[in-house]
Design a protein around this ligand. Structure first.
Ligand code: ADP
Ligand code: ZN
Length: 526
């Protein structure tokens, strides 16, 4: 067996060099490729951008017959096929967006042995038509991309994926390789089980993306903050993620008014337009794409320099995968999360309103984890990597916390001012109103309510609105204040633990509010 290994992997290496023009395998690729060439099933867990595609494309070029690649997104499929064809590889795809004639043509090419790789969308697989067609081909290898779509634990469950479980039985002699960038072990177990992988070789790569700098920015005036951030990028290519189509349109419009070449991209766009946006972005005719999460998976652009999240993601996996679109070329890149605890509270409420189910509990757990990431006072990268089960202790020196550690101060007096204001206001007002009273603003609502005669009116006029906002958020996070949602939005109320603070019976250390909208980004990246 030892003698066989050497020529096998040398064929793989020569394909890497001759077809793709790369000199060496990256971390993990060689072992994974070898296991496929030896006929073994495998599960490949690698971070986005670490080179998963070559793990199956190279074996596909070494096997004599056809390789099937199951891939969930048409745009991604087309992208990959175009790239392969540009490298002189015979590849094509079948999906439901094609006409009957187009599909027929592709099938004929596969049957007559003219294709090395055939990309398929999951709904094309395991149908009668599929069996009729595929029985005329010699299938040597099957790759299942984005394999986490088979798991309800994953952040992107796709029911069509469940039928892929039958593949193993149909193609008993073809090794199956499942690939994903989603790491958590429950998802991993689900993939192995649902796909019926036999004695699989399992490769789990490191999830660290050292060239990505993680930064969290507290939202004060989010649109303004975002515009300033994008302007500071000086024409560099980037993606802004947000949570709704209309918001994507609005942000793109605002950026365009600032002279930035930006476009919205979401599932509501008509196909032609969507493709054009994607292509313009790919070719650097567009600087910024403002996308809803539906977009991310399809983009394969190596020089994305920043990914900004205008809204909080629903899980660390989703955040990690989306932010991982930045810096695929290994050059310095920015991942910036604009965070408002109210966004978290809103997502929490959305989930709480769903019917009780295992799915709901999973969502709750995942949301809590990303909430902890956002509220973390320790190295962001450590939070991420430890979530993915990599046991790491050394701070990264390339995140906002490492570069600009939160400074602590004696926050008792500030806390007392806020808590007594909430109390005097009858615990019936939201964060903005409480701050307005603290700062002694003269507005009609305050005058009408006669809140300008309260003892707390104006006791915080020496500090900015952003300052108080940051302190209130910390008090929420520390459990002294809770946000209760009512008809008029979120209302601040005191919790039991607020009493000893009001009476001055406890010490209270808070983080000095960081008020620059971009705490660490103006420092030069190394
Ligand atoms: P993933 O699917 O894991 O997100 P890709 O397969 O798209 O990542 O690869 C990311 C980038 O890395 C691509 O531009 C790819 O060409 C490049 N790449 C992959 N393997 C190598 C290698 N061995 N040497 C150099 N570049 C590589
Ligand atoms: Zn760090």
């Amino acid at each position: 067996a030892e003698e066989q290994k050497i020529p096998v992997i040398s064929t793989a290496l020569s394909r890497l060099q001759q077809v793709f023009g790369y000199q060496n395998f990256r971390q993990g690729q060689e072992e994974v490729i070898r296991s496929a060439l030896e006929g073994r099933d495998s599960l490949v867990v690698m971070a986005t951008g670490s080179g998963k595609s070559l793990c199956y494309q190279i074996p596909a070029l070494c096997f004599p017959g056809l390789t099937l690649v199951i891939s969930p997104l048409i745009s991604l499929m087309k992208d990959q096929v175009d790239q392969l064809c540009a490298n002189g590889v015979a590849a094509d795809y079948l999906n439901s967006a094609q006409s009957f004639e187009q599909q027929q043509q592709v099938q004929n090419k596969a049957i007559s042995g003219q294709l090395k790789l055939l990309y398929l969308s999951p709904e094309k697989v395991m149908t009668n038509g599929f069996f009729h067609f595929i029985s005329q081909c010699r299938v040597d290898f099957i790759a299942i991309d984005e394999a986490h779509c088979i798991s309800q634990w994953g952040h992107d469950f796709r029911p069509e994926y469940t039928r892929l479980g039958g593949l193993k039985a149909c193609f008993a002699n073809a090794p199956v390789m499942a690939l994903t960038a989603t790491a958590d072990s429950s998802t991993r177990q689900d993939i192995l089980r649902h796909l019926n992988l036999q004695r699989p070789y399992i490769y789990v790569g490191s999830f660290d993306r050292p060239n990505i700098r993680y930064t969290l920015v507290e939202k004060f005036k989010p649109m303004e903050q975002l515009c300033r951030f994008v302007a500071a990028q000086k024409g560099k290519s980037g993606i802004v993620y947000c949570n709704s189509r209309s918001k994507a349109e609005r942000i793109a419009e605002t950026l365009r008014k600032q002279g930035i070449a930006a476009a919205a991209y979401h599932a509501g766009l008509e196909n032609g337009l969507r493709e054009r946006v994607q292509q313009d972005f790919q070719r650097d005719n567009l600087q910024v794409v403002v996308a809803t999460i539906a977009f991310g998976m399809g983009i394969n652009k190596s020089n994305v320099r920043f990914v900004a999240h205008f809204d909080l993601s629903r899980s660390i996996e989703a955040y990690y995968q989306e932010s991982g679109r930045a810096g695929r070329d290994d050059l310095a890149a920015e991942a910036v999360l604009f965070y408002d605890p109210a966004d978290y509270a809103w997502l929490q409420r959305m989930i709480a309103e769903k019917e009780e189910s295992p799915q709901r509990r999973i969502e709750q757990y995942k949301l809590e984890a990303i909430g902890e990431f956002a509220e973390s006072q320790t190295c962001r990268r450590l939070v991420l990597l430890n979530y993915f089960g990599e046991n790491r202790q050394t701070p990264c020196n390339n995140c906002d916390i490492c570069l600009d550690p939160p400074k602590k101060y004696d926050g008792l007096l500030d806390a007392q001012k806020i808590l007594s204001a909430i109390y005097r206001l009858g615990q019936r007002y939201g964060i903005q109103y409480v701050i307005a009273v603290l700062r002694g603003l003269q507005n009609q609502k305050i005058r009408e309510n006669r809140h300008d005669s309260l003892s707390v009116y104006g006791i915080g006029r020496d500090k900015s609105k952003e300052y108080w906002q940051s302190v209130i958020r910390q008090l929420i996070h520390l459990g002294f204040i809770r946000q209760v949602f009512g008809d008029v939005g979120a209302v601040l109320q005191l919790t039991e633990s607020a009493r000893p603070v009001l009476r001055g019976e406890v010490a209270l250390s808070l983080a000095t509010p960081r008020l620059s909208s971009l705490p660490v980004l103006h420092r030069a990246q190394k």
